[in-house]
Ligand binder design. Structure first.
Ligand SMILES: NC(=O)c1ccc[n+]([C@@H]2O[C@H](COP(=O)([O-])OP(=O)(O)OC[C@H]3O[C@@H](n4cnc5c(N)ncnc54)[C@H](OP(=O)(O)O)[C@@H]3O)[C@@H](O)[C@H]2O)c1
Length: 325
């Protein structure tokens, strides 16, 4: 399968500080990691070294970020100019069940990556999450909004952010949200599988945020790294969606009847399917600081329209304009 290209261009490539340089990507085998390598290649990076906890596609070195010395050696050996830290324990309910592992990976792991990047003289951008916000008022959240996580995942990611920014004030934290894309499990793939296999589904219409195509995020991260932006940035596709509006858009772009997706409430959903982690009710983010650098991601609805037809074809669904021959 060929992944669609991100729908944004990486600006100012000619003057990019990435051309010919070495970039280390942690979490290289994950959803975002799978998009970073081709985007970095297109931006002219000389060498991309992918690290992850397990061997697999796109992984050049197996490194557990909970082990400080292993991280230090891997990054010192690579001698990168830029480190993009995408490794995390991203199972939000799993984090609730195993907070020690969440802290080890999301907080301590980020501290280890930040120390290793600083000691090797590299610039670091670490990826974080909208789950640092409570979602109980104040959305859309700008970069200066006060975090108040309601989950172990959000709290351990926030502590990871603080470890990164205290290692070097020139490092960046890039918060994103509702990521999808690539061959693994993600929300649009789940929606299409459930609607196809069960003939319909109910999706909550009172949880709002900013769905983000991982290819668009990869391009924005590379642009941020080229600009050596420092501090906190929000990098999400533009606009605001509910889980329900996203699911309907996905069904529509896959050529399915959108009415097969029906709205429900979080309370009704949780009564049927209890989940340990609390999700923010509205964690919509505003990309204020990235926009000031000229980094703009497309509207979330356009990103869904660009990506889902390919996902639909992969899953044997017709797509909005019927099957392609
Ligand atoms: N997915 C979302 O909706 C979302 C939303 C907001 C923010 N984010 C953030 O975006 C970033 C990328 O997320 P993603 O969706 O690409 O996540 P992902 O697909 O889960 O990828 C994360 C990668 O990190 C690896 N990893 C986990 N523990 C590790 C360890 N101890 N040492 C080294 N690597 C380890 C994972 O390996 P295993 O698969 O083997 O565990 C996985 O390959 C993360 O920082 C995440 O917090 C994601």
């Amino acid at each position: 399968m060929t992944e669609p290209l991100p729908s944004i261009q990486v600006p100012a490539l000619a003057s990019s500080s990435l051309v010919g340089h070495t970039v280390v990507v942690t979490g290289a085998g994950g959803q975002l990691g799978g998009f970073l390598r081709p985007v970095l290649g297109a931006a002219g990076a000389g060498r991309v070294i992918g690290l992850d906890a397990r061997a697999g596609a796109g992984v050049d070195g197996v490194v557990d970020i909970t082990e400080a010395s292993a991280v230090r050696s891997a990054i010192a050996d690579a001698a990168p100019s830029v480190v993009i830290h995408a490794a995390a324990y991203t199972d939000v309910d799993g984090c609730e069940r195993d907070p020690a592992l969440a802290q080890a990976v999301n907080t301590d792991g980020s501290r280890h990556v930040a120390a290793a990047a600083r000691d090797s003289g590299s610039y670091l951008v670490a990826v974080s999450t909208d789950f640092v916000f409570s979602g109980e008022g104040g959305a859309p959240y700008g970069e200066d909004a006060t975090p108040a996580p309601r989950s172990v995942y959000g709290a351990t990611k926030l502590a990871g952010e603080q470890a990164v920014l205290s290692a070097d004030a020139g490092f960046a934290v890039a918060r994103t949200a509702w990521l999808y894309g690539g061959p693994g499990k993600h929300f649009p793939r789940t929606v299409l599988a459930v609607v196809r296999d069960r003939g319909g589904m109910e999706v909550v219409d009172d949880e709002a945020g900013t769905p983000t195509f991982a290819g668009d995020l990869a391009a924005a991260l590379v642009a941020l790294a080229a600009a050596r932006g420092g501090g906190i940035f929000h990098l999400v596709n533009a606009g605001r969606a509910t889980r329900f509006s996203l699911a309907r858009a996905v069904a529509e772009e896959a050529g399915l009847d959108p009415a097969l997706v029906q709205p429900t409430t979080t309370a009704a959903f949780l009564a049927k399917y209890p989940l340990p982690a609390q999700r923010p009710a509205d964690s919509t983010l505003a990309n204020t600081r990235a926009a000031a650098l000229g980094i703009h991601l497309p509207p979330w609805r356009d990103a869904v329209a660009a990506y889902v037809p390919q996902l639909a074809a992969e899953m044997g669904l017709p797509g909005r304009n019927g099957p392609t021959t």
